[in-house]
Design a protein around this ligand. Structure first.
Ligand SMILES: [Zn+2]
Length: 129
């Protein structure tokens, strides 16, 4: 019963978050995560985080509210590309690297922020392609 309660709470939270995001944004770009790869690196726990479940809910709510949900291919190297100059840094593939300096243009990146900017650019490119 506790498990079901938690599952319902998470589902409710996902719906509220999806509605909030769709109210605020006309276009949302996201990286479709490879569950297999995530499970290999983090163990079974990843399922509990419900990434895939949230993705589905976001797409459902997006359809209802008229927000475009654009999925960027999981093979797109969002965390390796320097958003500022386009250099691909394979050294930062490891998710333990939280910050890095671009060897080409010298700019300092926060891993997640840089990846998010790349996902947005790629998503918008796909939208207008
Ligand atoms: Zn750079």
């Amino acid at each position: 019963r506790l498990y079901h309660k938690q599952a319902n709470q998470r589902r409710d939270f996902h719906f509220k978050l999806a509605q909030k995001l769709c109210q605020k944004y006309a276009v949302i770009c996201l990286e479709s995560l490879s569950m297999k790869a995530m499970q290999q690196s983090h163990g079974k726990k990843v399922n509990d985080y419900g990434f895939a479940a949230f993705e589905n809910i976001l797409e459902y709510v997006g359809r209802q509210m008229g927000t475009k949900i654009i999925k960027v291919d999981k093979f797109y190297p969002s965390s390796q590309l320097c958003h500022d100059c386009g250099y691909q840094n394979k050294e930062v593939k490891d998710i333990c690297v939280h910050e890095w300096t671009c060897p080409s243009c010298g700019i300092r990146h926060d891993r997640d922020r840089n990846a998010a900017r790349n996902i947005l650019s790629e998503g918008l490119r796909l939208l207008t392609a």
